[in-house]
Design a protein around this ligand. Sequence first.
Ligand code: SF4
Length: 367
Amino acid sequence: MKDTLKKKMNNLRDLTLGELESFLTAMGQPAYRARQIYRWVFSAKARRLDEMTDLPQDLRRELSQAFQIDTPRIAHLSPRAPDGTRKYLFEFQRGDRVEAVYLPGPSSQTVCISTQVGCSLNCEFCATGRMGFSRNLSAGEMVSQVFEIEKEEGAKIRNVVLMGMGEPFYNFDAVMKALNLFTDSKGIGLSARRLTVSTIGIVPAIERITREGMNAKLAISLHATNDHQRSRIIPVNKTYPLEALMKALRAYAHVTRYPITFEYILIKDLNDRPEDAEALSLLLRNIPAKINILGLHPTGSTWLPSPQERVVAFQQKLRATGLNVTLRTSRGLECNAACGQLATPIPSSVRTGSTNLTDDIKKKRAR
Ligand code: SF4
């Protein structure tokens, strides 16, 4: 038992309380020791075992044979944008890197974190997609991005969006585990309403969270109103076309009663005409929806942003249909930290070129 756990779970930030209890029980320790360690890791945000001063030295020594607390190095910190936004480049022990973004607000602070090193989905408007895929992050590596930014900024993070590098639902198990760690009242204790998972629209995963629930709100990167448009900028739309996606989202909304946020990047001459606004309102009928209209950010794509007058007209047309629409300001542009702009070179030594889907999702995709 101990050897298995030692090989599989060497980062204490990767462990749920239940997993920690199993490990401590196997060591012959009482369960309350697990709760003590869990509090140190996730409430006190300890970075070393020797900070856990209420644990006997022998236990700390024994634990240190099996576990450490992995803290990624801040390899680069962008200059702060005028609104306080900063982009972080984190380097993990094996040398691969991800970016995360700190977004301060008037009343609460938000962090946008990555879930994968790179991404296999190659969306046209996204710099991460051009990197290719290297590997999935563990739950602890997702938690660490928040902890390290919190420490550097000296700020209490209240909101976490899983909207950085990677498709969260292609790293399903680790993302669900991270959400459970973020929301566990015995540890970090964030409200699930302050967590958001943003997906390009992986239908089997949406069906799964409809059945099993998810400790976060759901956001969909929609960006188009028909398959012809959408497949031009989002290749995975050919696997999960709009009809299947909307059917899964209607079921999710019906079962959970939670509103869904739809992200819609306005792209010149692709999806920004008045008839696209009408098609969007029809597509979202009977779904409790919030629409965020976004600008196209510079990422080296050949597509162009929609002119301002079309953006305004699109928004007005949508509002007239009664939809809840927000024109989002492009935060972080000054430091290349806006949506779609996160990317890091992948060392060839760690590139694998394939995703690690959960078995459940793999089976469904094969059908
Ligand atoms: S938009 Fe999301 S899914 Fe598409 S390439 Fe970028 S990170 Fe991947």
